[in-house]
Design a protein around this ligand. Structure first.
Ligand SMILES: [Zn+2]
Length: 58
């Protein structure tokens, strides 16, 4: 089984984590990130999903 480690603090993540365009973060580190970083990552994820949806529907 693959171990997921937080990109920032390096701890092994058990349970929930944030898989962002910048890497995988534990919830603790992610919550400490500036709002701009979180908003940017979220918009990138949404863009990716929108593209995926477009490909599927065509
Ligand atoms: Zn962390």
């Amino acid at each position: 089984m693959k171990v997921i480690k937080c990109k920032q603090c390096g701890i092994e993540i058990k349970g929930g984590f944030y898989n962002t365009p910048n890497g995988v973060f534990c919830p603790d580190c992610w919550e400490k990130k500036p709002k701009e970083v979180k908003d940017k990552a979220l918009s990138d994820v949404l863009k990716g999903m929108a593209m995926l949806g477009k490909m599927v529907s065509e």
